[in-house]
Design a binder for this molecule. Sequence first.
Ligand code: ADP
Length: 697
Amino acid sequence: MDPNHEILFEPVRIGPKTLRNRFYQVPHCSGFGTDKPWTQAAHRGMKAEGGWAAVCTEYAPFSPDSDEAPFIAARFWDEDDMRCMRLLTEKAHQHGALAGLELHHAGGHAPNTQTRLPSLGPSQLASDLEPHIVPKAMELRDIRRVQDDWAGGAMRARDCGFDIVYVYGAHAYLPMQFLSPFYNKRTDGYGGSLDNRARFWLETLERVREGVGDDCAVVTRIAVDALGPAGIHVEEALRFVELADHLVDLWDVNVGSIAEWSKDSGTSRYFQEGYQMDWTGRVREASAKPIVGVGRFTSPDLMASIIRSGTWDLIGSARPSIADPFLPMKIAEGRTDEIRECTGSNVCIMKVDGHGHLGCIQNATAGEEHRRGWHPERFERAGNADKAVLVVGAGPAGMECAIVLGKRGFEAVHLVDAAGDIGGRLRWIRRLPTLGDWGRVVDWRRIQLDKLKNVEVITGTRLSAEQVRDYGAQIVVIATGSRWSGDGIQASTHEPIDGADASLPHAMTPEQVMEEGKRPLGGRVAVYDAEGYYVGPGIAELLAKEGFQTHLVTTMDVVSPTSDLTLEGPMLRQHLHKVGVTAHRGVTIERVEQGCISGEDEFGGPFSLEVGGIVLVTQQMSEDVLYHDLVGDQVALDASGIEGVYRIGDCLAPRMISEAIFDGHRLAREIDGHDPSAPLPYDRERGVPAVDPVATR
Ligand code: ADP
């Protein structure tokens, strides 16, 4: 270990418990909750194995007052839930970590769609997260009941083996709603002055402490600056910290609110590593207790300097712990170059909230620990490791596949790409404004490929079907990716756009702009985005910064709706506005001519724009010619000695980078199965009836 990092491995006490080092996995959503208890336990357990001193669940409502459905929470209402969570505490302890439960009450934001109970808030004010939710203003007996329930939840947590129980206030949930004048307009002893607004939180901490005694550490999570109206600002937060310090064993500090969660879980596009410290770095001024903060930390030097300075006692992490569950162990073993750094893309959040199951752009095994049995650091030697493998295409899918094949002990893996460098589309995506950190997907894989002596990387070599057949490999994996269509074929018409042709000077694809330097003829350009994620806006910003008068024309109702799923939407739109990009929404382009594009607006009226060129970000098409040339000539294939041809990533179907990586990983994990092209079934975790409902009828 680098002696500079030794401080990160000193134990620290939080109340009655001791953390073995300074790495603390703060609560984060997963899509597992108590609905997928084995998946939950395996995911958190993997981080415990990777060296984290504590692993916490996502938000855990302790009573039907706070029902988060359709979002998946670590619901902790009763003994059934306790049985689910027992798996997690056991796994954490097996690997020497403490387990934390983020007990939670959403207050006036609680959707309560399943329980059909009214939500409860300090005052009757519509939720700024979901304005259709208007809570009941809590009566004194509601306050008492919620506090009792919170203490009851904490005692169940203790009985379930949790070492750490939360009074979760951050993200503008119930305790913060009492503390903040934005939510709290009460005129009784719970409203008005800071002392009064703090009362609910302080009493709840007292009740929870009484409940768990010295059996658990009591942690509270607070957003020390809402960076908006829905909370409090740092000066008031520091006064609250002074009031509550004697009741807290550890402060878990962050920024933002639930409606402004984007400012807590800030993406790399708009937030640097450690960005929260301007606010959360001040908590030491008011507290004598241990503090944990977050900020997408992946640099061990920076982590060590924070601990050394005394600003915080623990480095908190959600996203970096997903990207690399073994981050602490790699630092301990002096393998810092092997840390799979979080890209800050927030694909994890899209996966959890949008798709209902955690995933990661960097770590294909995240969320697959239980259901597919994938370990991020352990790979079994493949049954057919003596075969020579050729992977064609070193984009995300090909790189990942070659690495996993290498780790599975294949004696010879060749990764060949036509371009002068590895990375595939990321070679240029990382050059789009604000997307530099996505390049970490390539950087980590480059280091891995360099280390794997059984994997040879060959660039600058475009292979034809004949060359592949003559290569001498028995297994061939085609990962040749996809390209944006040059004729404007698009989702809303499923036809090319009349006159759109990227071989003409005034029409171009994203690759032509980024790889060939093709530019519009005049000073005004349209970027036509029928996809709605990052490529259209990225190219628009790039061209605007080059001085083109840039119009982003999109078929969508808002610019880049997919960015809303990564919490980037509002900032991205504001950012584009700032750099001078003009947006046109709800437009379908039907004709492209030199000097003009035209089509229909959202109301069916005519739309036209005079432009010197159009960038067509309409849809991608797989680059599958090589694959079809190979499999289309079975006689030649048989004669070549090739036993299996597979394709992965965008060559199969154009998807997000995370899915291309998953695809490459999966194929390599299953390459010695009966038919590697067909994924093995995985364990679909569902609630299993405790007794046979038919037999007992
Ligand atoms: P994915 O996202 O599926 O990994 P990409 O589009 O990012 O795919 O990368 C595909 C890579 O395949 C590109 O780097 C491209 O240069 C390479 N490639 C495409 N066709 C060939 C070929 N015939 N021979 C070698 N490399 C190829």
